[in-house]
Ligand binder design. Structure first.
Ligand SMILES: NC(=O)c1ccc[n+]([C@@H]2O[C@H](COP(=O)([O-])OP(=O)(O)OC[C@H]3O[C@@H](n4cnc5c(N)ncnc54)[C@H](OP(=O)(O)O)[C@@H]3O)[C@@H](O)[C@H]2O)c1
Length: 324
């Protein structure tokens, strides 16, 4: 089945349900992407940091060579890692990701996190990760301001390396600042979003400014248990939560589909990741039923402002507060 789509300010359509590629292993990524395309997925959410762009590209190439899809049927996203946010490093970083995928353009290229870090040569380490020395030796910030990075992002559109450009993990004031100088405003914003982190004010801003929002980690703590995050372990898993399971039963659906539908009915795109073939269709079909307004409100009321994906949760640092 085809997913509904969202019209971006760039004029291009973005599928509302896609497939996330974080933590998809190099040994399985090619097959997973190929099978997801066969199952009907058209949007793939990748990033330099995921370290699997070569393998994901092989899955795409196989599906295209077998005539299952054409390149223009797909919507491929990649992301610029912070060590490549200096103005002269943006284009080579995008080019490296394009070459790895075997593509000529990205449908969407996002700045993965705000806040440039000191450049790491891909010959030294790729993907470079957060720490300059590749271990836990500290984060070294670069002095590049966002307007310089954004101008370089805009030139990717001029050079047809990216059809749309956007941001991820940005918050209100930095977005307002960008809108003051952007010649091409960000078409999309990707954020952590689940019932424990609703971010309503940021969503209101995006709606007012015509920025499409994509939710990541839609199942909340589920994605972060493997990192041993105590605040993720302490919570009732959303898929076992009383409210979510009751709503799911009422609609004859899975709790996972209720979580995805809650986000899509609120206008967001979703990009669930699964390594299980049997779950692929289930996630893609999450827009084929409707929750009531009251159900949507009751799920939103679970908000605790609880964020999992921030650098300081993965390692000790006083040098990189993104959501402070
Ligand atoms: N911009 C950013 O900074 C950022 C950060 C995080 C994520 N993302 C993007 O968002 C995507 C999705 O986020 P995520 O990977 O954190 O997590 P997610 O989609 O919330 O998935 C979390 C876990 O839920 C399981 N799962 C998936 N579908 C399920 C279902 N129907 N029923 C039961 N369990 C299910 C998966 O395990 P199994 O594989 O075992 O099924 C997965 O490990 C990422 O892959 C990435 O593309 C972006």
């Amino acid at each position: 089945m085809a997913s509904p789509s969202i019209k971006l300010s760039s004029g291009y359509e973005m599928p509302q349900v896609g497939f996330g590629l974080w933590k998809v292993g190099n040994d399985v990524a090619s097959d997973i992407v190929y099978n997801a395309i066969k199952a009907g997925y058209r949007l793939f959410d990748g990033a330099c940091d995921y370290g699997n762009e070569v393998e994901c590209g092989k899955g795409v190439a196989r599906a295209i060579s077998e005539g299952i899809v054409k390149r223009e049927d797909l919507f491929i996203t990649s992301k610029l890692w912070p060590v490549f946010e200096d103005g002269d490093k943006v284009e080579p970083a995008c080019q490296r990701s394009l070459s790895d995928w075997g593509l000529e353009y990205f449908d969407l290229y996002l700045i993965h996190f705000p806040g440039a870090l000191k450049y790491v040569d891909p010959k030294v380490r790729y993907p470079p990760g957060w720490h300059y020395d590749g271990n836990n030796g500290g984060l070294i910030r670069s002095s590049t301001p966002m307007h310089v990075t954004w101008a370089a992002m805009e030139s990717l559109v001029e050079k047809k390396m990216a059809r749309s450009i956007g941001v991820s993990n940005f918050q209100a004031q930095l977005i307002y600042d960008m809108l003051r100088y952007a010649k091409i405003p960000p078409a999309a914003l990707q954020i952590e979003h689940h019932p424990y982190l609703v971010q309503q004010e940021l969503l209101n801003l995006a709606k007012r400014e015509g920025i499409a929002v994509t939710a990541y980690s839609s199942f909340g703590p589920a994605s972060f248990l493997e990192f041993g995050f105590k605040h993720a372990e302490a919570l009732v898993p959303l898929m076992k939560d009383d409210l979510i399971t009751k709503i799911a039963e009422k609609h004859g659906r899975k709790p996972s589909q209720v979580l995805l539908r809650w986000a899509t009915q609120r206008g967001l795109a979703v990009i669930p990741k699964t390594s299980r073939a049997e779950i692929l269709a289930e996630n893609l079909e999450c827009t084929t039923f409707d929750l009531s307004e009251d159900e949507i409100k009751s799920i939103s009321a679970k908000d605790q402002g609880l964020r999992f994906n921030q650098p300081s949760n993965y390692f000790e640092t006083q040098d990189m507060w993104i959501f402070g």
